[in-house]
Write a protein that binds this ligand. Structure first.
Ligand SMILES: *Cc1c(COP(=O)(O)O)cnc(C)c1O
Length: 229
């Protein structure tokens, strides 16, 4: 299968999932290009795909510099250490994986340095797994009280990476929890108007769409198995 064919199929599946759940707004498809060469990104762009997700700062910077196109929107979706925040702010339009106050503050500081308002999402640990990153849902309100004071970040919504290999009903609980958390936060904080729910990957985006996903992050089903890592 070619990238073009894969994209076509995914978009069809997204459309069908939307119709099935009575939605007439389509989520944005983010093509996750981690471990793939820049040529694969260009191939996807040829087919009209302009949103890409990357996980590793070093790899991403090289790819973004090589491609050097203004019509592509770059999403950072990987784990981000505070000492790399500077690069994420310089290179990425949207950072999905902000999982602590410390990181948010560092992004805010680095954005201020270059006179940017950085769009971000807050990652929520819907599985409440110790080893996974993300803010625990029950801590979100307290954490947002601090986050809303940071002037050089704009919080567009929430993101989650549920545990792998779940049954459908299990996955639904995670997506529904993220959707509810967004609604709760929006109602608690007057000035917060979050609209984005980044959830759903190759195997479960059709489920995430039922629960209001506005961004789905699909890698394997577009580019094939990953090359390394
Ligand atoms: C790699 C990755 C994806 C894409 O996963 P696939 O199963 O290949 O679609 C999506 N989101 C995040 C956060 C990832 O790290």
């Amino acid at each position: 299968m070619s990238i073009e064919k894969n994209l076509e199929e995914i978009k069809n599946n997204i459309k069908n999932a939307c119709i099935k759940s009575g939605r007439n707004d389509f989520p944005k498809l983010i093509a996750v290009s981690k471990t793939k060469p820049y040529t694969s990104v260009l191939e996807a762009a040829e087919s009209g795909q302009y949103d890409f997700g990357e996980n590793y700062i070093q790899e991403a910077m090289e790819k973004i510099d090589t491609i050097n196109r203004k019509d592509i929107t770059w999403h950072f979706i990987g784990g981000l250490q505070s000492n790399k925040a500077k690069f994420a702010v310089k290179y990425f339009d949207l950072i999905h994986s902000v999982d602590s106050i410390k990181l948010a503050k560092e992004i805010n500081r680095r954005a201020k340095d270059i006179d940017k308002i950085q769009d971000i999402l807050i990652q929520i640990n819907t599985g409440k797994e110790e080893q996974k990153s993300g803010i625990m849902p029950e801590d979100a309100e307290k954490i947002f009280e601090e986050l809303i004071n940071l002037k050089n970040i704009r919080i567009l919504g929430l993101m989650a990476i549920p545990p792998f290999g779940m049954e459908e009903d299990e996955a639904e609980k995670h997506f529904s929890l993220l959707q509810n958390t967004l609604q709760n936060l929006n109602s608690k904080f007057e000035n917060l108007e979050m609209t984005e729910l980044s959830m759903g990957m190759s195997d479960d985006f059709h489920i995430a769409i039922k629960f209001g996903a506005t961004m789905v992050r699909v890698g394997t089903k577009i580019f094939g198995e990953r090359n390394y890592k």
